[in-house]
Design a protein around this ligand. Sequence first.
Ligand code: UDP
Ligand code: MG
Length: 336
Amino acid sequence: MRPLSLAADIELSAVVPIYNEEGSLGELHRRLTAVLEPMGIRYELILVDDGSRDRTPELIAELCRSDPRVRGVHFSRNFGHQAALAAGLQHAQGRAVVVLDADLQDPPELIPQLVARWREGFQVVYAQRRHRSRESWTKRAAAFLFYRTLRRITRFEIPADTGDFCLMDRAVVDLLNEMPERNRYVRGLRAWVGFRQTAVPFDRPPRYAGEPKYTFAGSFGLAVNGILALSKFPLRVATYFGLIVSAASFLLAIWYVVQRAIGNEDLVRGWASTIVVILFLGGVQLLTIGIIGEYLSRIYDEVKQRPLFVVRERVGFGPQPARSELDAATRFTAAE
Ligand code: UDP
Ligand code: MG
């Protein structure tokens, strides 16, 4: 898929998903410029406004006016971080694309290091958190558990303690753009594509301004999505449960028959164990149906073929591309 305007020979695109970040945007632009300008390369900043309700859209418009390297993509409503990321990747034109958060938790000062590794021949260079000391212990424990589980149940390497902060080569970005799935867990897809990947360690600073947009429930949802998008293991767990329970009940049945045969008349006393078994089986069945339902709902999402996001407006991309070009370049938008 070709990017919207084919004008430039852009070396690097920085993609930033943004939701209500009026407090950070100015500083973000200042620091990105301070880092990228001295590198002496052609670059662009793709700011994806994920349906912000504060002054973010106006601030992006202002930046677009004052800096021709800034481009804004505005969603029609909040579609979520991963959708904003996908939009940014589709609009980026650079030979390499850096993805970073708007709240400056992904320090722009790391970009030269990411670029250096890319020039050494790595197609994916992800930033890896050295320690998470500033986060609450619950978040740390959850993250620890999540990454270890994910690593065990997938067949490709998903590095622990990485976020979306990374640099990707054009080849990888094109692949991600061509992946049709709606349920996009970018970290997982990025690992799935393979190629040569490497890590650059960094310390994650606290948020520059504003409130975190991810609640615990939001992060949990992302984690569940990640596991279900990358692995069929939970379905297999359901199968194993079924096997184990069936085997156990078969043995139990034999045991009862034997008791009968040797004349044990006290079997009626076993009602407590019967209740336990029934409740247990009921639980296992509900759990299993739940797991199947999770996959089914995702299949439903894919089958619906709805666009991943709807773009309300694009700013700073130069003259509006011809309709056909737009259709081709925004397969996932309302233009579809
Ligand atoms: N974000 C977004 N859409 C959302 C929620 C978040 O584009 O619905 C952006 C947000 O503006 C920020 C990035 O995603 O640039 C990460 O969000 P946040 O800092 O809240 O997450 P955390 O750092 O806690 O993982
Ligand atoms: Mg953050």
